[in-house]
Design a protein around this ligand. Structure first.
Ligand code: M6R
Length: 593
């Protein structure tokens, strides 16, 4: 993971780097650091914690540094500390680098370099790259050659930006698997993990390919591949990049929950026009011709895929669902004509990209549902459907989950040409609006009762079980309270042993097929002392239910009931003074496997 930025010749290097790191902190926020070339000196500043901690320690600068690099870290090798924080320098200080990715053979390289006398101060794999560059440079005194030789020895993924002590006019770079973009201005060049830090200053970009390396200067960009300079073209900025704005909300998560209704409405417009579904004909043909649909995703996106698989199952299509990191090690291709559907809000999740590459090696068609146009998955898959959820800043995904479920509902209904889905989604929007305006206060009351709980269980069956998995993930992710989702029928096969006096259990009932079995489950946990809270959809409710939601189609209940669950997790987190938008140990985009 990690985010990197750099600039040469920019008029305000410090602002670009600090603001750029803030734009990129969705990639990790354990620690942040930067290096400025000030005159002939390279000065390093590092701080554990968010970018604001780094900002505080930078002194006022007499002169604008001509070039600089910055890094926001999500620790992979070595704990978050100033020593492990980037930038890292080679032993003799010739190279100062920032790195995003994982060097798989770093131990082997480290041992080799140690035997040559190189000393290491950090636990990171990045310091190995810095020393390897220096070692290679000593062999032939040519920076580009040193980069080529270094790349030849590294296994794994990297986007690296390099300051060379002997060259105060250029920033060097090299890239394999981890994202890196260049932005060109009139008399400056920028570099970053994605376009977000650069969009204020340029609309000329180069999205670097794997195995490229080279340098940027204030007036020029030079890119090499396989030891030769290559031609490149600038592309304009992605229209999907919007600047972050809380719009008066205390947290992005709350703002994003309250955007769900609008996102659902937007999807109806994007995927249904003038009485017809708007999906690529080739995509629909491939779906019809396939005899097995395989869903692959991680985290929240995986939970949305469970709902999507249920939609296609209900149409008589055979489906499988896999967690990407599992599929990557044990890939399966059921059926004679399989079709893959990947889900990824960011479009950059490393495990999912790995699976896409496996699927492509087998020449099997694939679709991705993603929120990021131009992301690796969007570019790599045969088909893509955008989520149109707008920028999702909070690490805890909310509106993107709702969007994924809605796009899958639209797709499955388009598959069976069932146009009533639009009426159903309209109704769903009304129910979500009712939650936003009238029910969230009740959710807050429950949150006040449960804020000190040590464990919270979610129970459901069918669609309600799929949603409970997401409810439980959201709660643990931002409150750090232990939580599990249990399928109602599984309760007596083990988990009921955990229920004791006052154990909180949140039961969701929105599915008429499973409602009466869920009522039995409530009795079973109550008999063991559980404190039960029920989230129920009309007309399945009774006078004892805690929260009653207006009637809607059961296949859309994951969208509706998850809104309640998102509010619940949010309020519990706020009541416990948690860092809602940036929970500990997590990052928005998981770009390492
Ligand atoms: O960008 P992706 O949808 O591929 O991300 C997958 C997961 O990392 C993500 O959903 C994660 O579980 C969220 N933090 C959940 O809120």
């Amino acid at each position: 993971m990690c985010g990197i930025v750099g600039s040469v010749g920019f008029k305000n290097t410090k602002d670009y780097i600090i603001n750029g790191l803030k734009d990129l902190d969705y990639r990790g926020y354990d620690s942040a650091g930067l290096a400025f070339m000030e005159g002939k000196n390279i000065n390093l500043y590092k701080a554990v914690g968010p970018v604001s901690n780094l900002e505080k320690i930078i002194p006022s600068l007499k002169q604008n540094p001509y070039l600089g690099v910055g890094h926001t870290r999500w620790a992979t090798h070595g704990k978050p500390s100033e020593t492990n924080c980037h930038p890292h320098q080679s032993m003799h200080g010739l190279f100062t680098i920032v790195h995003n990715g994982v060097i798989e053979n770093f131990l082997e390289l480290k041992t080799k370099l140690q035997s040559k006398g190189f000393k290491f101060v950090s636990d990171t794999d990045t310091e190995v790259i810095a020393n390897l560059l220096e070692d290679k440079y000593f062999e032939n005194r040519n920076i580009i050659k040193a980069i080529e030789d270094t790349m030849g020895e590294l296994s794994g993924s990297f986007a690296v930006v390099i300051i060379a002590d002997i060259d105060n006019k250029h920033l060097y770079f090299m890239k394999r698997h981890s994202p890196l973009m260049i932005g060109r201005g009139e008399d400056f060049s920028l570099v970053a993990s994605d376009a977000s830090p650069m969009i204020r200053y340029t609309d000329k970009y180069i999205d670097l390919d794997d195995e490229t390396y080279g340098f940027i200067s204030a007036s020029d960009v030079e890119i090499y591949k396989d030891k030769h300079p290559i031609k490149f073209e600038y592309t304009p900025k992605s229209p999907d990049l919007t600047v972050k704005d809380l719009n008066g909300y205390p947290h992005y998560m709350l703002k994003e929950i309250e955007e769900i209704e609008r996102v659902v409405r937007r999807l109806m417009v994007e995927y249904y026009d003038k009485g017809e579904f708007v999906f690529d004909n080739n995509l629909m043909n491939q779906l019809h011709q396939s005899d097995h649909i395989i869903f692959v995703a991680c985290g929240t996106s995986y939970h949305a895929s469970l709902v999507g698989a249920r939609y296609f199952d209900m149409l008589g299509k055979s489906t499988s669902t896999y967690i990407a990191s599992e599929f990557a090690y044990y890939p399966k291709f059921p059926g004679r004509k399989p079709f893959f559907i990947f889900l990824s809000q960011s479009g950059e999740t490393a495990d999912v990209i790995h699976c896409m590459n496996i699927v492509k090696e087998h020449d099997i068609p694939c679709l991705v549902l993603t929120n990021k146009k131009g992301s690796s998955l969007e570019r790599g898959c045969d088909y893509s459907l955008l989520l149109y959820a707008g920028l999702e800043v909070s690490v805890a995904s909310t509106k993107a989950y709702a969007a994924q479920v809605c796009v899958l509902a639209l797709l499955a209904n388009a598959y069976s040409n069932r146009k009533e889905v639009i009426k159903d989604l309209e109704e769903c929007c009304g129910v979500i609006a009712d939650i936003d305006h009238n029910l969230k206060d009740k959710v807050y009351e429950i949150a006040t009762q449960l804020k000190d709980a040590k464990d919270i269980y979610f129970l459901g069956r069918g669609f309600d079980y799929d949603m409970s998995l997401e409810a439980s993930l959201k709660l643990k992710e931002i409150t750090y309270i232990h939580s599990e989702a249990v399928a109602g029928g599984e309760l007596k096969h083990g988990p009921i042993a955990l229920i004791e006096q006052d154990t909180p259990v949140i039961v969701t009932i929105s599915d008429n097929v499973t409602a009466s079995s869920m009522r039995n489950n409530i009795q079973e946990v109550k008999a063991r002392g559980a404190k039960v809270f029920t989230f129920v959809t009309n007309p399945l409710s009774n006078e004892h239910d805690t929260i009653v939601v207006k009637s809607h189609k059961r296949y859309l209940s994951p969208v509706v009931m998850s809104s309640l669950a998102f509010y619940f997790a949010y309020y519990v987190a706020v009541l416990n003074n948690r860092e809602v938008d940036k929970p500990r140990n997590l990052a928005k985009s998981v770009t390492v496997e």
